[in-house]
Design a protein around this ligand. Structure first.
Ligand SMILES: [Fe+2]
Length: 389
């Protein structure tokens, strides 16, 4: 679809959102309002050790909501973790789910809800709008400024048999309530801060150039890019700077709302393939691929990429020749990654040329590829992976 596409119908879905430092302490009241009497609290050991799951649990108990804890969730949450969580949910007679953590516990919680309600296997929901039954009430408390699964209609689950990450895209997995508490991101270490922040930047950029872009998501995406570009170095260097943490959380939330409604593109399709085959961290994969995909996509959405480059702080004249404008956008991204000290090549993560055909085949079937501004075949995708080696 060109940059000059005629107006078309669009829609925007979002949960009820509460934003502000300390708001996670209201989890109990919101859970009770959603009718929960026995909540499954889904988290992971790291988030539990940081104390956030305990704080949410205290709030639930104070509101009279009984709590069952499920923390057997790994990064890149697996299909069998979802199935085990759903069995536990049913066995304990839960009537709602509270997820506390980054993208992994939240995506796992979404899968648990689908399985517990339907009795189906989680992999049966793969794809867009494949969910028919409503899910149990879901309240999310994010502890990273990156995935924004707390506001999105996406759940990404690892199919361990095929070694691919599947995407479940449905209004049914939009949480009922997101308690977005920037203070909960202050315990992230610098590495996780950078990787999750670059995931948020990728969400915003892919939503803005998506062939399904739309006016409301556009505003959120551009502002998200400005916020991440202006604050990510600050939170890496000063983890306890709560003002900067708040601006990053806002940027991540804007990016999450943007991509949930405008969908994503080749960076995420290719990152999902890497996470599926090699179990690599999602934010890191995106960060490595982002500038390579921008270079490949630029000619399909030049004005949009130029706007993104300017939101990153680059001076890009409106009459710049296409090659020059593309170089300025790509350099802005590479400069940002360099300043952050992000990993720059896939080979540093152990990816080899032998992996590329399988990775390219998996990326070509990912639903995120459908909204990439440029139509990419398996060979195009393999070429981008090769540039990122
Ligand atoms: Fe992402």
């Amino acid at each position: 679809m060109s940059e000059h596409a005629p107006s078309r119908e669009w829609k925007f879905v979002a949960p009820e959102i509460v934003f502000g430092p300390g708001c996670l302490a209201r989890a109990g009241r919101f859970a009770a309002n959603l009718g929960m009497e026995r909540a499954l609290l889904v988290t992971d050991p790291g988030v539990a050790a940081a104390g956030w799951a305990g704080k949410v649990m205290d709030s639930l108990v104070q509101a009279g909501v009984a709590v069952e804890i499920f923390d057997q969730v790994t990064p890149n949450p697996r299909d069998h973790e979802v199935m085990r969580g759903a069995a536990f949910y049913l066995e304990r007679g839960c009537d709602g789910i509270v997820a506390v953590g980054g993208g992994s516990p939240m995506d796992c919680a979404k899968g648990i809800g689908l399985v517990a309600e339907s009795g189906l296997h989680v992999l049966e929901f793969e794809g867009v709008d494949r969910v028919e039954a409503p899910s149990p009430p879901l309240l999310c408390v994010p502890t990273t400024a990156g995935s924004s699964a707390d506001v999105s209609q996406f759940a990404i689950i690892l199919d361990t048999t095929r070694a691919v990450k599947i995407a479940i895209v449905s209004k049914a997995v939009v949480p009922d309530v997101a308690l977005v508490d920037p203070a909960a991101t202050a315990t992230m270490d610098p590495g996780l801060t950078v990787n999750t922040g670059l995931d948020a930047l990728t969400h915003a950029m892919e939503a803005y150039v998506s062939s399904a872009h739309q006016p409301l998501a556009d505003h959120l995406a551009l502002e998200a890019v400005r916020l991440v570009a202006a604050n990510l170095e600050q939170v890496r260097d000063r983890p306890g700077d709560l003002m900067a943490r708040e601006r990053m959380m806002l940027g991540s939330m804007y990016a999450g709302l943007a991509f949930s409604n405008a969908i994503l593109g080749a960076v995420h399709a290719m990152a999902h393939a890497l996470g599926g085959l090699l179990d690599l961290p999602h934010g890191l994969c995106n960060a490595i691929l982002l500038d390579h995909v921008a270079a490949a996509n630029f000619s399909s959405a030049p004005r949009r990429y130029m706007a993104l480059g300017r939101a990153m702080g680059a001076a890009i004249p409106g009459d710049a020749p296409a090659d020059e404008a593309r170089e300025l956008v790509v350099s802005a991204l590479r400069g940002f990654k360099t300043r952050l000290g992000a990993v720059v090549s896939l080979s540093e993560l152990g990816v080899t040329r032998e992996h590329l055909p399988q990775l390219a085949r998996a990326a070509a079937t990912d639903p995120c590829l459908a909204t990439n501004p440029r139509s990419l075949g398996i060979l195009d995708i393999a070429a981008i992976y090769e540039q990122a080696l």
